[in-house]
Design a protein. Structure first.
Length: 293
C-alpha cells in the first residue's frame, strides 16, 4: 500500500512539473511575441510611408507675410515642421502621422500669432497634414479708456480688436470694419497677461464686449441722420458718440433701441450735420435734451 501511494505521489509531482514547464514555455513564447510586435511597430513607425513630409496651410489670405520669408503659409509650415522635429523617448519619431504633437502645434501657433483665432488640424493621408486657420477680423480701433478729443486724429497709439473685444495687434495701417475709434475700459477679469495695460493692452479684452455690436449698430445708424460717428467713448454705463459735425450724442449703454427711437422722433427739430448742436442727451426714457452752440 505504501509503495503504491509513493508511486502515485511521484506521478502527480512529475505531472505538476510538466505543467509548470509548459506554462513557462508559453509565457516565454508570449514575451518573445510581444518583443517581436514591439520591434515591428517601432520599425513600422520609423518608415517614411507613415511620417509627415508635407504641410498645407489654408485660411491665411489676410495674414501678412513675414519679412524675408516666402509668406505666412511658408512661415507656419516651417513652424509645424520644427515642432515635429525629434523623437519621443528616442524611439518614436515626432513626425509620425499617428503620434504628431497636435495640441502642442495648435497652442504654439495661437501663442505666436495673436491674429489667429483658431487652428484646425487634419491628417492628409499618411504623409501630410492640413491646417486651417481662422484669422481675427479687425472690427475697430481701441485707443484707450480716457475721454477722446473731439477733433483731429487720435494722438494715442491705437490697437485693433475682434468681434469678442479681444485686442490683438497695433492698429498701424490695418483696415478695420468700422472707421471710428473706441475708448473704453478693459475687462479686469480678462486682462490678458500681467503686462497688459493702457500702454500695452495686447491680449486684453474690452469691458462689456458682448454689448459692443449694439453700440456699433447705433453708431452706424447715426450716419443716416446726417453725420458719421468718428469716436465712441464708453464709461460708467454710458456711451458718447462723437460725430464728424462736432455734436456729441449720449445715451445709456444697452438702451440703443430706445435711444434711437427717441432720436428719430425728434429729428425734425434736430440737425446733426451742420454742427449747430453741442450735444444730444438721450439718457432719459422718452426725452431728448439738446444743447445748442
Amino acid at each position: 500500500m505504501l509503495g503504491r501511494a509513493s508511486s502515485a505521489e511521484r506521478s502527480i509531482e512529475r505531472l505538476a512539473k510538466r505543467r509548470r514547464s509548459r506554462r513557462r514555455r508559453v509565457l516565454f513564447a508570449f514575451f518573445v511575441l510581444c518583443l517581436v510586435l514591439l520591434f515591428a511597430t517601432v520599425y513600422g513607425l520609423r518608415q517614411s510611408a507613415v511620417r509627415i513630409s508635407h504641410v498645407e496651410i489654408f485660411g491665411l489670405s489676410a495674414m501678412p507675410a513675414h519679412a524675408g520669408q516666402a509668406g505666412a503659409d511658408a512661415s507656419l509650415s516651417r513652424y509645424v515642421t520644427d515642432a515635429m522635429h525629434g523623437w519621443y523617448w528616442g524611439i518614436i519619431p515626432r513626425d509620425s502621422i499617428f503620434f504628431f504633437p497636435e495640441d502642442g502645434i495648435r497652442s504654439g501657433i495661437l501663442a505666436a500669432h495673436r491674429n489667429i483665432a483658431a487652428v484646425s488640424i487634419f491628417r492628409n493621408g499618411f504623409t501630410g497634414l492640413s491646417l486651417k486657420v481662422d484669422t481675427r477680423t479687425p472690427i475697430a480701433r481701441w485707443c484707450g479708456s480716457a475721454t477722446p478729443p473731439q477733433a483731429g486724429p487720435p494722438e494715442e497709439q491705437c490697437y485693433v480688436f475682434d468681434a469678442s473685444g479681444f485686442i490683438y495687434a497695433a492698429a498701424s495701417s490695418t483696415q478695420t470694419v468700422n472707421a471710428f475709434a473706441v475708448y473704453a475700459p478693459l475687462d479686469p477679469a480678462r486682462g490678458g497677461p500681467p503686462a497688459a495695460s493702457e500702454t500695452e493692452p495686447l491680449e486684453a479684452t474690452i469691458a462689456d464686449a458682448e454689448k459692443l455690436p449694439a453700440v456699433f449698430d447705433f453708431a452706424r445708424e447715426l450716419a443716416t441722420l446726417g453725420s458719421p460717428t468718428t469716436r465712441i467713448a464708453i464709461h460708467d454705463g454710458e456711451v458718447n458718440d462723437y460725430l464728424a459735425s462736432g455734436t456729441r450724442v449720449t445715451y445709456v449703454l444697452g438702451h440703443e433701441q430706445d435711444a434711437f427711437t427717441a432720436l428719430v422722433s425728434a429729428r425734425e427739430n434736430l440737425n446733426l450735420s451742420d454742427g449747430s448742436l453741442e450735444y444730444v442727451d438721450l439718457r432719459f426714457d422718452g426725452k431728448v435734451y439738446v444743447k445748442r452752440k
